[in-house]
Design a protein around this ligand. Sequence first.
Ligand SMILES: Cc1ncc(COP(=O)(O)O)c(C=O)c1O
Length: 346
Amino acid sequence: MKIIDLRSDTITLPTEEMRQAMYEAELGDDVYGEDPTVNRLEELAAHMIGKEAALFTSSGTMANLIAVLTHTRPGDEILVGSEAHMFWYEVGGASALGGVVMRTVPNDQDGRMDPDAIEQAIRLKNIHFPQTTLLCLENTHNRCGGAVLTLEYTSAITQLAHQYGLKVHLDGARIFNAAVALDIPASELARSVDSICFCVSKGLSAPVGSLLCGSQEFVEKARKWRKMMGGGMRQAGVIAAAGIVALQKMVSRLVDDHTTAQRLAYGLARIPGISVYQERVQTNIVMFESPTTIPGTEFTQRMDTRGVKCGSRGGRRVRAVTHRMVSDTDVDEALGRIDLLVKELG
Ligand SMILES: Cc1ncc(COP(=O)(O)O)c(C=O)c1O
C-alpha cells in the first residue's frame, strides 16, 4: 500500500538537481564568512525578498527566535497572534531564551489580527508595564489553514505598529506560497516589515534551512545571536546549495500544490460527514473536520492505518498539506480511502 503523506510540506525530499548542487558546492568556513555558496544563498534571498541582507539559519524556529532576540530586550512584551506558530509550536523559546512576554492578540480565521485589538494591546508608558516593542505577523498562516495576508493588510498593520514605535517581524515560513497565491512578488509582501524569515525546507523542497532577512545592521546583530545559539554552521554551503536551487527553480511550482489542495478540498467536501471550508483554502493547507462521531486524533490514527497521514489539530480539526510529493492520483486515492473509512464508521 502506498503511503500518502499529507502531514506537512516539510517531508519533501530534495530534487536530483539539489543533490547534484550539494555534491558540487564550493565550500568554506561560514563562521569566517568564507563559504561562497552560503554567501550566494544569502545574497539571493535578500534580493528576492527585497531586503539589504539575509542570514542562513538551520530552521524557521531558529530564525524567528533570532528575530525576537535582535529586536527586543529581556523584559519587553511582544505581540503575537493567538494562533501564531511562534506561540504554539516553538517551545516558548522567545520567552525562555529571549526573556520576553508573549502577549496574544486574537487571530481571525484568515490569520489576521484586528487593528483595534492590536492598538489596545500596545502598552502605554507606565512604570508598572513591560514595554511593547515587537509585533509578529505570519504569512501564510499555518494554523489558520494557509490563509494569505494581503499586501494592504500587512502595510496597514505595520504602519500602525510603527506609529507606536514597535518593530514588525513577519514569520513568512511560506511567504512564497502567499506571493504565488496573490500573484505578486514576495518582496512586495515583505516591503513594510522590519524583518522576515522564510523556509526553503517546506514546499520549496530543500532539505534544511531558513533565511532571516532585514537591514544590514539587523542582520549583523542577528548573525551574532546565531553564533551564540550555536548556529554557526561552518561548511554550510553543502545545504545552502540546495536552498539556491529551491529559490531559483521551485517557487513557480508552488501553484501546483495549491491546485492539488483545491482538488483535495473539493473531494473532501463531497464525503458525507466531513466538513471542510473549501472557499477558505487559499494555498497548500486544507483544514477539515472529522465526522461528529469521532475526535480528530482518533480519526487521523485510523487514517494512518490506511496509509493516509494527516495531522490532528485539536477537537475534530484535521490538517492536510499538499506538496511536491503528492500527485493528483495520490489525492484521489487518499479521498477514496477516507471515504471508505467514513462509511465504515457509519
Ligand atoms: C508558520 C511557520 N513558522 C515557522 C515554522 C518553523 O519552521 P521549522 O520547522 O523550520 O523550525 C513553521 C514550520 O512548520 C511554520 O509553519
